[in-house]
Write a protein that binds this ligand. Structure first.
Ligand SMILES: Cc1cc2nc3c(=O)[nH]c(=O)nc-3n(C[C@H](O)[C@H](O)[C@H](O)COP(=O)(O)O)c2cc1C
Length: 242
């Protein structure tokens, strides 16, 4: 497998998205995957202006001559694209959305009707598989529902297969390492296993998916821990001169 990881987390390597991405990529590499990583927060990628210049005036070429040009070349060279984004207000981050909009350069302007629906044909090959890596703060897998729906729709639009997701709800519970070292190790091992499975089988099994998302602590404890943290932070800021 040749994959590109698009890390769309503004906090990049310092964040929880990277915390689960790291063991996942260890697992993928263990099975022989070649992985290219792009950190969107370090790139200059301007938003789509909706001018359709890339459709007709200069086919495939945007009015913005920015880092997206090189990124498109990298995407054209792989068979799998992995989008890594935390949940921000029930969807992908703005970095991810700006990037996704600029993928419109892959589309030929004509409309075609096929068994999937009406969509644009592609002007260049897009990776055959699209995979999502995501984390969110609230407990419960339902917090990923809008993002999953969006990813499936994007996959249809780009003629690719949405081949699954690695999702970690209640991600702050993975920071309770002193209290739950064994449970957290199990989850981290499952994340690594998910990376291995993706390369070996082209998908992550239901058992591994569930193990990755499994609770570390009760919702009550997660809520109390988060509130205690924010109370401490608020106290610190109350001490600051205005
Ligand atoms: C602007 C913003 C919006 C967020 N919205 C949600 C949300 O709707 N649901 C949720 O469960 N978590 C939400 N979160 C929590 C993030 O998913 C969580 O903090 C995650 O760890 C951020 O990724 P990072 O650690 O890689 O930066 C939000 C965080 C931010 C900063």
């Amino acid at each position: 497998m040749k994959a590109i990881v698009i890390n769309a987390a503004p906090r990049m390597e310092a964040g929880n998205t990277q915390m689960i991405l790291t063991p996942f990529l260890v697992g993928m590499r263990h099975e022989g995957a070649k992985i290219d990583i792009a950190l969107l927060a370090r790139k200059e990628i301007n938003r789509c202006e909706g001018c359709f210049t890339c459709y007709a005036a200069t086919p495939g070429s945007c009015i913005h001559h920015d880092d997206m040009e090189a990124l498109i070349d990298r995407i054209r060279g792989v068979d799998t694209m992995i989008l890594a984004t935390p949940v921000y207000l029930d969807g992908m981050t703005s970095l991810a959305k700006i990037f996704v909009d600029r993928l419109v350069a892959f589309m030929d302007p004509h409309f075609v009707a096929d068994k999937v629906g009406v969509r644009h044909p592609l002007r260049w090959k897009f990776p055959e598989k699209l995979f999502l890596v995501s984390v969110c703060g609230y407990p419960g897998l339902h917090n990923f529902d809008p993002l999953l729906l969006h990813m499936k729709a994007i996959a249809k639009n780009l003629h690719t297969e949405f081949c699954g997701a690695l999702l970690r709800p209640g991600v702050y519970s993975l920071l309770l390492k002193k209290k739950y070292p064994d449970r957290i190790r199990e989850v981290m091992d499952a994340i690594r296993g998910a990376g291995e499975e993706l390369v070996r089988h082209g998908r992550v099994s239901a058992g591994t998916f569930d193990a990755v998302a499994s609770d570390i602590c009760s919702d009550r404890e997660l809520i109390d821990t988060a509130n205690a943290y924010w109370d401490r932070e608020l106290e610190k800021s109350a001490d600051q001169p205005a």
